[in-house]
Write a protein of this length. Structure first.
Length: 298
């Protein structure tokens, strides 16, 4: 897959996801309190690369599944991801005033409404996914929703965020501590996106295992490059405040290994991700995804 093909595929997936998210907003307009709905979709519609839903759709399509079956899962994952960003930006967490190049949710709607917007997106995500499973009576969609719940929940992304906060200013930090944080805080939701797409297509155990190994390495790669960009990136391109990790004493790959060491670790993670899916047919989109992550500037 060349660059143009990859970008065209991504654009097609993004159009599908954004059209479905817009339909969800219209459907919910009569049920959800207007101020809350506005706050929820302020962040949903605030841009972003839609990496997770694109991966869900790409994997489903790669394995011969139905994009219509995967679409509710893809949208649910984007809502979960967005809720996590809203809460992450709060003063009690990372205290960031900017997200995706514009004011964070709590700067526009206030802290209380931002908490509720995140809560609303999380619960709506599962409502959307479980409605699709119930209406279709397709156990594959239910399995994908369960995967999302595991990876987003208390033993997944939330544990990673909790460990990340606990380790701020840690004395004698180790690579194991850092790997735990990023395995859950970042990689779990990327794994949910990849594996959920495979589940909606009815993938067998062997394929699922390859994709789990791929997405674990991709999650590590994504976080290392994020740490590097926080230290060396362009704030205007990133659309958020940079340099905060060092100021808050966060444990990152840059603080643990230095810039050169973090770059080497990113390259190794990218190689392992590619190796994990060697032999899978039609995996060009996944290969291009990790190659682009390695060189991303935002």
């Amino acid at each position: 897959m060349d660059r143009l093909s990859y970008e065209e595929a991504s654009a097609r997936y993004v159009r599908l996801v954004e059209a479905e998210l817009a339909a969800i907003r219209r459907r919910e307009a009569g049920r959800i309190h207007p101020r809350l709905l506005e706050a929820m979709f302020y962040s949903i519609e605030g841009g972003g690369k839609r990496i997770r839903p694109c991966l869900t759709l790409a994997v489903c399509e790669m394995l011969g599944g139905s994009l219509q079956n995967a679409l509710p899962i893809a949208c649910g994952l984007e809502m979960i991801h967005t809720y996590s960003l809203i809460h992450d930006d709060l003063p009690c967490m990372d205290d960031d005033d900017m997200r995706r190049g514009r004011p964070s949710n709590h700067k526009v709607f206030g802290e209380a409404e931002a908490v509720l917007a995140g809560d609303g997106l999380l619960s709506l995500a599962f409502e959307v996914m479980l409605r699709a499973a119930a209406e279709s009576k397709d156990p594959r969609i239910l399995a994908a929703a369960y995967e999302a719940a595991q990876r987003a929940g208390a033993a997944g992304m939330v544990s990673g965020q909790s460990a990340d906060m606990e380790l701020e200013g840690a004395v004698n930090p180790t690579g194991d501590m850092l790997r735990y944080v990023h395995r859950h805080k970042t990689a779990d939701m990327l794994e949910a996106a990849v594996v959920a797409g495979a589940l909606t297509a009815g993938a067998d155990a062997g394929v699922l295992e390859k994709l789990r190994r791929y997405s674990a390495e991709m999650g590590l790669l994504f976080q290392i490059t994020d740490d590097l960009l926080d230290a060396t990136g362009d704030q205007e391109l990133m659309g958020k405040t940079l340099g905060k990790d060092a100021k808050q004493g966060k444990l990152t790959y840059v603080t643990l290994l230095g810039i050169d060491g973090a770059k080497r670790e990113a390259e190794a993670a990218e190689r392992r991700a590619e190796e994990a899916i060697s032999g899978l047919e039609n995996a060009d989109y996944l290969l291009q995804t990790v190659r682009r992550m390695l060189t991303r500037s935002r």
